[in-house]
Design a protein around this ligand. Structure first.
Ligand SMILES: *[C@@H]1O[C@H](CO)[C@@H](O)[C@H](O)[C@H]1NC(C)=O
Ligand SMILES: *[C@@H]1O[C@H](CO)[C@@H](O)[C@H](O)[C@H]1NC(C)=O
Length: 260
């Protein structure tokens, strides 16, 4: 059994007021419209486009570039056995997100979203001690990872709630599945800068990108979930659901029906 502990820190200021009138980047869809899914896909695309540069009026930082002060990773056993930290992380690419599909459950209002990101670059300072593909790795320094053609399926757990005559979405969970078409990476100063070993190890990891990415999957899935959840919770606490879904209905009984 693997032991996994992750800590992703994103700093979001919570003090800002919510949107009292519909912002221009919001497209309202009607659940009663037979074309709801198409409307919703365009609406979520427009939302992603606005999230790229950020929404300072509600205290939401840019999604591209996305700054993450710290990602801590502890994972024991298995092909990946790492104790790692990534500091001062910059993630670029989410500004070019294509929304492929957006569905909203008629009863629970849970969201199902599929997006594609052509190219993501993750840069930061790493500190690593552990094994990947059974290779012992030790080092600290600058690193980057570039997954290409990433398709992400996101299921968001939603609990609607009422406030000031609006209905808001409380995002209580996010579940992510993704696939990637390729991965290149570089970790500088591996083995404290023994150059030959550093270069050959980086070459090996790149040549074996598929098993490397598979072994990093739990870490990456959880990281994406944590980031998405933080963003969506903040966004939907500051954006009435009525602006997104014009004929939204509040189901106060849902809380009791739904298993946690
Ligand atoms: C990206 O991935 C999707 C799904 O895996 C695939 O259908 C598509 O052809 C890929 N596109 C590119 C440009 O590689
Ligand atoms: C949102 O859901 C969480 C978890 O169920 C709960 O602790 C929190 O109070 C809810 N927030 C609002 C505003 O309803």
């Amino acid at each position: 059994m693997n032991l996994q502990l992750f800590f992703v820190t994103i700093v979001l200021s919570s003090a800002s007021a919510y949107f009292k009138t519909k912002p221009s980047f919001i497209k309202t869809c009607l659940k009663s419209d037979p074309e709801f899914d198409d409307c919703s896909r365009d609406a979520v695309q427009s939302l992603f486009n606005a999230l790229g540069p950020g929404l300072p009026e509600i205290g939401l930082p840019p999604l591209d570039p996305l700054k993450i002060p710290k990602i801590r990773i502890l994972q024991g056993e298995g092909p990946v056995n790492v104790n790692a930290a990534l500091d001062d992380v910059t993630v670029t690419g989410f500004g070019k997100t294509d929304v492929l599909l957006s569905q909203v459950d008629s009863k629970s209002y849970d969201f199902y979203t599929r997006v594609r990101v052509p190219k993501i670059r993750i840069e930061g300072t790493y500190d690593l001690k552990g094994k990947i593909l059974l290779i012992p790795l030790v080092g600290r320094g600058l690193c980057w990872f570039e997954p290409t053609n990433m398709t992400i399926d996101i299921i968001s757990d939603v609990k609607p709630y009422e406030k000031d005559d609006f209905i808001f979405f409380n995002i209580t969970g996010a579940h992510v599945k993704y696939s990637i078409g390729g991965l290149t990476l570089r970790m500088n100063n591996l083995f404290d800068g023994i150059d030959a070993l550093e270069d050959s190890t980086n070459a090996y990891l790149n040549a074996n990108w598929r098993p490397v990415s598979e072994s990093l999957r739990p870490i990456l899935s959880k990281t994406i979930e944590d980031i998405l959840l933080g963003f969506m919770q903040h966004l939907f606490n500051h954006l009435p659901g009525n602006f997104m879904i014009g004929d939204i209905k509040y189901h106060p009984s849902k809380k009791n029906e739904k298993k946690t």
